[in-house]
Design a protein around this ligand. Structure first.
Ligand code: UDP
Length: 343
């Protein structure tokens, strides 16, 4: 059987592709390259350059390959952008996923693994937060993820042969320990990526978005999870569904929180570079603290994280950032030269 990975040219999707290859799975990638890079798809993996809602591309993929599972990573992820352009987020994350699910049902695909987000909780009144916490997203991004979870729930109820796992990501960071992939986004908004860029001299410093939150040092606390552990949770979700396990919604985080200041200090310590960190205003929609209770993933999915260590996450993020800096920026024409309809 073959696994379809949407967004497989992106940060998390490309790590998933490597994980699946490591487990001897057959993989097809579909990606529109709006934020991903063709060079991030490993050589020899079938790659279709198309939108996830492109019916003819999906028809071709489902006809040419024996797909039994879809990993759906493609989507828009910038929270402040979602506040400014909400309809883009409903379209990219909710409507297009609806079209993809529709195709999956039509083709009798049994397993669907979805990239959800801790953003569905908003500002949870629970620490750590379990999946039973009420969902009250504070951004259109978070709402688009929640709406999609609801679509999956309702479609699975109407189609008993279709089962899904929605994994709620906490703060994903780091890079493949073997440096086969890493975070290569042209626009960075995530703290560890931004601090790593500052450490390698790609930017002058880091702004701390508010230091007056009700947390021990006044800066926001988050649960940072290594991307390789995250994709392992996805693989375990596939194993669970293939073994006949029921649909599941599960948090993916470690259960330990670090403040923005702690992360910045750790990046300075690991890199040995003392870059500037300036206190700025709060960013709209930031919750003071959000840390995962991941009991469900650990017990039901048998997820056993191997890289639960902030220093390791930062070391891998820095190593990848140094490599990107040495190679110089990859231009759009670099990507285009590597794109073919399917290779
Ligand atoms: N943050 C910051 N400066 C930055 C980027 C992020 O202070 O340049 C803070 C942000 O306000 C949040 C935390 O770092 O409290 C994590 O933000 P990120 O965007 O990485 O992930 P989020 O938790 O928003 O998904």
């Amino acid at each position: 059987m073959t696994v379809l990975v949407t967004g497989g040219a992106g940060y998390i999707g490309s790590h998933m592709v490597w994980k699946l290859l490591d487990r001897n799975e057959q993989v097809v990638v579909i990606d529109d390259l709006s934020t991903g890079h063709a060079w991030a798809v490993p050589d020899g993996v079938a790659f279709v350059h198309a939108d996830v809602a492109d019916k003819s591309a999906l028809d071709r993929i489902f006809s040419e390959h024996q797909i039994d599972a879809v990993f759906h990573f493609a989507g828009a992820i910038i929270v402040p952008e979602s506040v400014e352009f909400p309809l883009k987020y409903y379209r990219e994350n909710a409507s297009k996923t609806g079209a993809l699910i529709d195709h999956a049902i039509e083709r009798r695909i049994a397993h669907f693994i979805y990239s959800s987000s801790a953003a569905v909780y908003g500002a949870p009144g629970m620490d750590p937060v379990t999946e039973a916490a009420p969902c009250a997203p504070e951004s259109p991004y978070g709402t688009s993820k929640l709406v999609t979870e609801w679509m999956l729930r309702d479609v699975a109820a109407a189609n008993p042969a279709f089962r899904y796992a929605a994994l709620r990501y906490f703060n994903v960071a780091g890079a493949d320990p073997d440096m086969r992939s890493g975070q290569s986004s042209r626009v960075s908004t995530h703290l560890i990526k931004i601090a790593a860029e500052a450490a390698v001299g790609k930017r002058d410093g880091v702004s701390i978005f508010g230091d007056d939150f009700p947390t021990p040092d006044g800066t926001c606390v988050r649960d940072y999870i290594h991307v390789s552990d995250l994709v392992e949770a996805h693989y375990q979700a596939l194993v669970h569904l293939r073994a006949g396990g029921p649909s599941i919604i599960a948090n993916c985080g470690y259960g330990s929180g670090y403040s923005v200041r702690q992360v910045i200090e750790a990046v300075k310590a690991v890199s040995g570079v003392d870059f500037e960190a300036i206190i700025g205003p709060r960013r709209p929609g930031d919750a003071a603290m959000i840390v995962a209770d991941s009991t469900l993933a650990r017990t039901v999915l048998n997820w056993s994280p191997q890289l639960d260590d902030l220093e390791t996450i930062i070391r891998h993020a820095l190593e990848w950032e140094r490599r990107l800096a040495e190679q110089g920026p990859k231009t759009p024409s670099d990507q285009d030269s590597q794109v073919c309809p399917e290779n």
